[in-house]
Design a protein around this ligand. Structure first.
Ligand SMILES: CC(C)(COP(=O)(O)OP(=O)(O)OC[C@H]1O[C@@H](n2cnc3c(N)ncnc32)[C@H](O)[C@@H]1OP(=O)(O)O)[C@@H](O)C(=O)NCCC(=O)NCCS
Length: 150
């Protein structure tokens, strides 16, 4: 596929990005994608990249770093154009975004049951490391999600 342009999304492309994420089944009721996008685009350590083919959004990724490691979320390609290298291309763009900012290692989380996506990441060079994920909610659920939980 040629004519793929990958760049940070603009304000007027937020709605199309959310629509893509929905079609990729990446949104959940307890996460407001508009809020996630606004937060990621609000500072220099994170952004949302879009892959545009003939001006149409066909891939996207949220990328960022915490001052040490990089990470990605919402890795997505349009269901109609999968298996054509767009996922690899958007991930390469996210990796370049991080390398440009001095980040040399990317950690990402996938659900244990998401076997297909694990194969995707393995095919583009990712290995599984034995780590335990521990999390702590820093804002009470009703405060964090009050306006968006339906
Ligand atoms: C995962 C996803 C981004 C892959 O996008 P894609 O455009 O199809 O990926 P590519 O065409 O660039 O594929 C790159 C490689 O991954 C492999 N791959 C992609 N999807 C795969 C799958 N479901 N099973 C096995 N391998 C897969 C391809 O075969 C290719 O390998 P190759 O280079 O050896 O041929 C896409 O399927 C998607 O948006 N899924 C839904 C959202 C999601 O689960 N995102 C990840 C959240 S962690």
């Amino acid at each position: 596929m040629t004519r793929l342009e990958i760049r940070p999304i603009a304000d007027e492309e937020v709605a199309a990005t959310i629509d893509l994420w929905k079609r990729c089944d990446l949104t959940v009721p307890h996460n407001d994608p508009a809020k996630d996008i606004a937060f990621a685009r609000s500072g220099p350590a994170s952004d949302v990249l879009g892959g545009f083919y003939d001006g149409k959004l066909v891939a996207s990724v949220m990328v960022g770093h915490d001052g040490h490691r990089g990470t990605v979320y919402y890795v997505s390609t349009d269901p109609g154009v999968r298996g054509m290298g767009l996922g690899a291309a958007i991930m390469e763009a996210a990796e370049d975004w991080l390398k440009t900012r001095g980040v040399w290692k990317l950690n990402l989380l996938i659900r244990e049951t998401n076997v297909a996506v694990k194969a995707f990441y393995e095919s583009i060079g990712y290995d599984q490391e034995p780590r335990a994920l521990m999390v702590k909610r820093l804002v009470a659920k009703q405060l964090d999600e009050g306006s968006k939980s339906k």
